[in-house]
Design a protein around this ligand. Structure first.
Ligand code: GLA
Length: 360
């Protein structure tokens, strides 16, 4: 259960918030590093998330309180400095840029309390959840016409302009629009989403490897640049348009990166029909293939993540892969219903720092 951000707000500021909002994290079932290539992804919301409570003030300050991070206040107009308060600066800024005719009272000062039961920096979208929760809370005060897709794009803008990760739209979109216990197939280029029921006899187990993602922002942005470079050589808009037969025009890591994106997009489409046909074996195999491709071609795995997947295979999970950006963080497994807790126990016997995140 998540702690109440309203209670934290009351305790910290001895005051009541004007509005509160929740946003869940997500796990990506398949389709990583395809979204910023305009490709296909298939995430689903987690039961864990982030809650924010906010109130407008006239202090000229952002006063923040969370159990997660230090630093509690800064001037509202201060520059981005890498602290969690950048999310609040960003949310206020992008919201008022999008809706210039609203009251803009939060520009004069804001108090914010944040509670979370989502591990941060672990590939389960704590950033997107914080962005979406903040924007929803702001919109409860300003009452603008904020569609789910607009909400997702504003959240992505916070990430690009205030946090510095040049992410795609997957996380923000599933956090904004996803439905619990449904996989969301998302065709980024056409901005089309499809909600699909999960397997009735199987479940997804999400575990944290215990290693935080290191250097993830710079390595992530580097991967994105490599994809852009490959597209330039292939004379296509982005790797969504790439095909296997073009790969002989590339070499070295650009070839590997492009091959991952082409194959991962195919895997998402195969998983879409596997889910529609209740074919868990095919879905699981594609998850294993995806992990190999992320590890060997895209080079975003780690020895620890590879070993966790190897061990899980011996335990006869149906499928498994790292999930999200990689470089540490979480893995997702497809397992028979009710078997996840046991599988987790066996994994934990070998990997002491493992923790259970969610079972969907
Ligand atoms: C992060 C980004 C997403 C996506 C994944 C990798 O979560 O925020 O846009 O690129 O990595 O699939």
């Amino acid at each position: 259960m998540i702690n109440s951000s309203k209670a934290l707000f009351q305790k910290t500021f001895n005051d009541k918030p004007d509005s509160a909002s929740f946003a869940s994290g997500r796990v990506n079932l398949i389709g990583d590093h395809t979204d910023y290539n305009d490709g296909f992804v298939m995430p689903t919301p987690l039961s864990l998330g982030i809650e924010v409570s906010i109130k407008s003030t006239k202090s000229g300050l952002i006063e923040g309180k969370t159990d997660l991070f230090e630093e509690t206040s800064c001037k509202i107009n201060s520059r981005v400095n890498g602290s969690w308060l950048d999310f609040i600066k960003g949310a206020i800024k992008v919201f008022y840029e999008e809706f210039p005719n609203c009251s803009k009272k939060l520009e004069e000062g804001i108090k914010v309390a944040v509670t979370s039961n989502l591990p941060s920096g672990s590939g389960v979208s704590s950033s997107a959840a914080l962005e979406i929760a903040l924007l929803r809370a702001i919109n409860k005060i300003e009452n603008q016409d904020l569609s789910e897709i607009k909400l997702a794009k504003l959240a992505q803008k916070i990430e690009h302009n205030f946090i510095g990760t040049m992410c795609g739209l997957m996380d923000q979109m599933v956090v904004s629009k996803g439905i619990m216990n449904k996989a969301m197939f998302f065709d980024i280029k056409n901005e089309k989403t499809l909600n699909l029921s999960l397997f009735s006899d199987y479940e997804f187990l999400i575990v944290h490897s215990g290693s935080q993602r290191s250097l993830s922002t710079s390595l992530y942005n580097e991967r994105r640049k490599e994809c852009e470079e490959a597209s330039k050589i292939l004379k296509i808009k982005n790797l969504r348009e790439a095909e296997y037969k073009m790969l002989n025009q590339l070499k070295g890591k650009l070839l590997n990166r492009a091959r991952h994106v082409i194959s991962e997009n195919k895997r998402v489409q195969i998983c879409l029909s596997a889910l529609q046909n209740n074919d868990s074996q095919t879905f699981g195999n594609e998850m294993f293939e995806s992990h190999i491709s992320l590890s060997e071609d895209y080079e975003v795995s780690s020895d620890l993540l590879d070993n966790i997947i190897k061990k899980a295979k011996l335990l006869k999970v149906i499928g498994g892969r790292l999930t999200g950006a990689g470089f540490g963080g979480c893995c997702v497994f497809l397992t028979e219903k009710e078997s996840s807790k046991n599988i987790f126990k066996f994994l934990k016997a070998d990997f002491k720092n493992l923790s259970l995140v969610d079972i969907i």
